[in-house]
Design a protein around this ligand. Structure first.
Ligand code: ADP
Ligand code: MG
Length: 242
């Protein structure tokens, strides 16, 4: 078996000191294999964002170890962490986070520009990524010329253009209407079907139902870890209105 994409061992994250100490994560152990589709659920304050920030190398744990794609992240300095974020992780945020007044194509090219990929190759790969999310015909549009659902699809294209080991999405449908939610979830489903590792954070059962595995956080601890049955085709057809 190949090495896991994520190996989290007994991670603790505390904020504050003394009586004001908050145990945002109180000993989380989690392994995610390549090709998994995991939803992290939990009510507000349960530690989802804290875990997401650590998994995304945006923050470090107070104790415990985290290996991403075999690399022990705790041993890396800021510059190395930035490289890991750029190369191994594709982020999708609730609020899209596209650069305004900049075409969809240029937004998607950006991670490749940071990696020093040459303009022609950059353009080709970004167009292919936009094509994958069904937006090749919107490449020259700025974010404000796109619907929320389209903006999030551009964000997904940007997240996957660098071929990351992990696609990490924090409430990716939190700002979308139900039609756009279905569109974005259908894209995540198909990316996972092609073998990509997807971790998404949500508090909605309907969204989590797309994942193949669901963990639930309560007070910074995993209290449940269940495998979903494969989505049945009839239900998917119903959901997409086919
Ligand atoms: P969720 O995303 O599930 O709503 P969070 O991970 O944001 O939960 O927060 C988990 C706990 O840690 C909460 O009690 C929250 O108040 C606390 N917390 C989060 N960030 C900080 C911070 N920067 N300073 C102090 N406490 C924090
Ligand atoms: Mg949160």
């Amino acid at each position: 078996m190949s090495r896991p994409v994520l190996e989290v061992q007994d991670i603790v994250k505390t904020y504050g000191e003394g009586e004001a100490t908050v145990h945002a994560l109180a000993g989380v152990t989690l392994t995610v294999e390549r090709g998994e589709y995991l939803a992290i659920m939990g009510s507000s304050g349960s530690g989802k964002s804290t875990l997401m920030n650590i998994l995304g190398c945006l923050d470090v744990p107070s104790s415990g170890t985290y290996r991403l794609d075999g690399v022990d992240v705790s041993e890396l300095n800021e510059a190395q962490l930035a490289l890991v974020r750029n190369r191994r992780i594709g982020f999708v945020f609730q609020s899209f986070n596209l650069i305004p007044r900049t075409s969809a194509l240029a937004n998607v090219e950006l991670p490749l520009a940071y990696q020093g990929v040459k303009p022609a190759a950059r353009r080709e790969r970004a167009l292919a990524a936009l094509d994958l999310v069904g937006l090749a015909n919107r490449a020259e549009h700025d974010p404000n010329q796109l619907s929320g659902g389209q903006q999030q699809r551009v964000a997904v294209a940007r997240a996957l253009v660098s071929e990351p080991a992990l696609l990490l999405a924090d409430e990716p449908t939190g700002n979308l209407d139900s039609k756009s939610t279905r569109d974005v979830l259908a894209i995540l489903d198909s990316l996972n079907n092609e073998g990509r590792t997807v971790v998404l954070i949500t508090h909605e059962d309907e969204v989590a139902a797309h994942a193949r595995r669901v963990i639930r956080l309560v007070d910074g601890q995993i209290v449940q870890d269940v495998r979903n049955r494969p989505l049945d085709a009839a239900r998917i057809r119903e959901e997409v209105g086919a």
